[in-house]
Structures are given as structure tokens and as C-alpha cells.
Design a binder for this molecule. Structure first.
Ligand SMILES: *Cc1c(COP(=O)(O)O)cnc(C)c1O
Length: 393
């Protein structure tokens, strides 16, 4: 079939939840993707901050293949070695004490919210807690995660959502103080807001928020589904701020392509859960866990954090040059290899033109181009990306 026939077919059989770009992707290699006609694309989206290792890493692929032949799945009623190893590695990397694996980011959020509510319930001996989340935040599409997503456009059609969701302003400690009540069980923050427009938290804000939560025995949850896993130059973004959460959520690059997420917590908080409180059939099965485990090994072997720290300064510099050169670009925002350019005009047109030229980038909202490349990129890839962008400006 021709590309156009596949696209026509897709529009007949798939639900119309995305305005998809008109390409059919076929395979990937390193930081490049190829469509079914063999056209090559430099990928600065990485499947939305997923493919940290780049495409086709041999060792990763081999680990998955051998786990498939051994044991794909078993219920969480039994132990298995890959899951234990993956949990151990995630705990060491995140500084948390216990982990629960899920199949996606949104499920990690669901679990984190349930854990926070259970912690509150044990403490107060009654339910009815509230959770404070940030305006402009994005936490996922399931009903619970949607309830605490601070963008009304995503929530409106699906109300009523779960109760007890309260919104405050990001980077504004007073706005949070005003919303705290005796019922507040947790505050949830993305250390760098992704979907909402690449806004990094101020260090002062997170530090004050930590103190505030400690004073009031409120849990601090960091949603690191997008900004975690090395993207900002530390394994988790919170480590770059020196402000530790009580619960952390993770997904996207955790499996580098295999659908897996997790929420992890300190012992004090995690112990609120008892057998029966939460569960999942697939979550953290041996296959997904083998992926997670190998991802952590490869982060070390490939020295990805070192690479992120070396490259991100260069990427920032090059993007800043675009800001000063073109008057329709307002500013650059972000941290590490999680960067955005805010335009004074909608960016859709530019994204389509870039794709024509063989560059894949994505938007965050209407006016922002988001850059979340594989963490293995080199300066040469940054130059190539900038040249392609300039050729369309
Ligand atoms: C992508 C994302 C989610 C949702 O993850 P899914 O795997 O798409 O369910 C939640 N929070 C943040 C910060 C994200 O970037």
C-alpha cells in the first residue's frame, strides 16, 4: 500500500483523538526515523521524551528478546527476578524506598493519588481529602489524572471528575498557601511543566513548598514522567533542585519504548498501602521490568547524564541565537534536553514544514515548539536540527 492509502485506512479504523501528521513511520536507527517510503527524519521528539537511548540500541533489543523467550508475564501474586532488579535500580536512582510499577504515566498518577489519600485516611481516620495541583499542569488522561490536570480544555467535557481537586499557581507559594485546608493531603507539581509550556520551577518555590508541606504534614508529589530519567541532567529533576518529594511518578523514558510507568515513595508514605489497596495485572511484568532494568544499565554504560550536561548548554546557546535572530520567537524556556521556544504565532505550520525537510519536532500548546530529543544526541545533531529549522524560518 502507498503511504496515502495507509493514512486513509487509519482515519477509518482509529478513533479521531489525534490530528496526526501525514507520515507513516516504519523504523528507527539512533536519532533518525524512517517512513515507509524510506525518507529519513532527524527526531527531536523521541516519541514524546520516551526514546532516551535512541532507536535500535542492540543491547536493549537483545535484553527484550531474551526475556520474551524466557517469560513475558506472570501475575504480581508471584515474585520474578526482573521485577525485583528493576525496582531495586529505580529505588537507587530515585532515592525513594518502595516502588509500584504501572503500564503508563497516567496510571502512575492514579497510584500516587490513591497512596496520598490512603496516607491521609490512616492519619485522620476518615476520607474526604483534597489535593492541590498547579494551573497549566498536565498529569494524564484517565479520570483521576485528568481531575488534577490544570488545563480546563482537557477536563471540561468529562466532568464531573473526582472531587477534592484544587488548583493553585505554579511558582507562587502564596497561591498554594491560600488553598491549603485541614483536608489537604498532597501537593502535586511537575518540577518542569512539560505539556503546559516548558516552564521550570524556581528553586526557591520548590524549597519553600517542601518546608510548607513538612510543617503541615502534607505530602509533596513530583510528577517526573516527562522531566525525569536524566532529561534535565540529573537522573530525576528534583536532584537538580535539591528538594526531595515524598512520592515521585515516572514513565515515558523509564521503559524507553516498552509501556511502563511507576510511582515510588518513601517508606513512611509507602507503608500506608496494605495488601488489597492497589493492584495491576500487567504492571511491572517480567518483560516491562527487563526493559526498565536494561535502561538503567545503559544510562550508566552510555554515560547519558554526562552527555545531557555536555549537550544541553550547546542546545540552549543555539536556541537562544534563534530567539535573538527571529522576531517571531519570543523566548526559550526549559532545562537540560527539555527545551521550548515560544513563538508569537501558532507553530503548527513550522512543524509541518520541518517534517517536509526531514525534522521531527512537536508542539506544547499552540505557540510553543518543544525539543525533547533522545539523550544520546551530539552537537552535530543539534547543528543539523538548527540548520533545518533555519531553512524554514
Ligand atoms: C505524558 C505525561 C503524563 C501521562 O503519561 P501517559 O503515559 O501518557 O499516560 C503525565 N504527566 C506528565 C508530566 C506527562 O508528561
Amino acid at each position: 500500500m502507498e503511504m496515502q492509502e495507509f493514512i486513509t485506512k487509519a482515519e477509518q479504523v482509529l478513533m479521531h483523538t489525534y490530528s496526526r501528521y501525514q507520515i507513516v513511520l516504519d523504523k528507527g536507527e539512533g536519532v533518525y526515523l524512517y517512513d515507509i517510503n524510506g525518507k529519513k527524519y532527524l527526531d527531536f521528539a523521541a516519541g514524546i521524551a520516551v526514546f532516551a537511548l535512541g532507536y535500535g540500541n542492540r543491547e536493549y533489543n537483545e535484553a527484550l528478546k531474551s526475556q520474551i523467550d524466557k517469560l513475558l508475564h506472570t501475575s504480581n501474586y508471584y515474585y520474578n527476578v526482573p521485577t525485583i532488579e528493576a525496582a531495586d535500580k529505580l529505588i537507587k536512582a530515585s532515592g525513594m524506598d518502595r516502588v509500584f510499577f504501572t503500564n503508563s504515566g497516567t496510571e502512575a498518577i492514579e497510584g500516587a493519588v490513591k497512596l496520598a489519600r490512603k496516607y491521609y485516611y490512616n492519619k485522620k481516620h476518615h476520607a474526604g481529602s483534597e489535593i492541590i495541583s498547579m494551573n497549566r499542569s498536565f498529569h494524564g488522561r484517565s479520570m483521576g489524572a485528568l481531575s488534577i490536570t490544570g488545563q480546563p480544555k482537557y477536563r471540561e467535557a468529562f466532568e464531573p471528575l473526582i472531587g477534592g481537586a484544587v488548583f493553585a499557581d505554579f511558582n507562587d507559594i502564596n497561591s498554594i498557601k491560600e488553598k491549603i485546608t485541614d483536608k489537604t493531603c498532597a501537593v502535586i507539581v511537575e518540577p518542569i511543566q512539560g505539556e503546559g509550556g516548558l516552564y521550570p520551577a524556581n528553586k526557591e518555590f520548590l524549597t519553600e513548598l517542601r518546608t510548607l508541606c513538612d510543617e503541615r504534614d502534607i505530602l509533596l508529589i513530583f510528577d517526573e514522567i516527562q522531566c525525569g530519567m536524566g532529561r534535565t541532567g540529573t537522573m530525576f529533576a528534583y536532584q537538580g533542585y535539591g528538594v526531595k518529594p515524598d512520592i515521585i511518578t515516572c514513565a515515558k523514558a523509564l521503559g524507553c519504548g516498552v509501556p511502563v510507568g511507576a510511582f515510588a515513595a518513601t517508606e513512611k508514605v509507602a507503608s500506608a498501602f496494605e495488601p488489597g489497596d492497589h493492584g495491576t495485572t500487567y504492571g511491572g511484568n517480567p518483560f516491562a521490568a527487563a526493559a526498565v532494568s536494561k535502561v538503567f544499565d545503559l544510562f550508566e554504560a552510555l554515560e547519558l547524564l554526562t552527555n545531557v550536561n555536555e549537550i544541553s548548554g550547546y542546545l540552549e546557546e543555539k536556541l537562544d541565537e534563534l530567539v535573538s535572530k527571529y522576531d517571531f520567537i519570543i523566548e526559550r524556556r526549559g532545562k537540560g534536553l527539555m527545551q521550548g521556544l515560544e513563538f508569537s504565532v501558532p507553530v503548527k505550520e513550522y512543524i509541518l514544514k520541518a517534517m517536509d525537510k526531514g525534522l521531527i519536532i512537536i508542539a506544547a500548546g499552540t505557540n510553543i515548539i518543544r525539543f525533547v530529543p533522545p539523550l544520546i544526541i551530539t552537537k552535530a545533531h543539534v547543528d543539523e536540527m538548527i540548520n533545518l529549522l533555519e531553512s524554514i524560518f
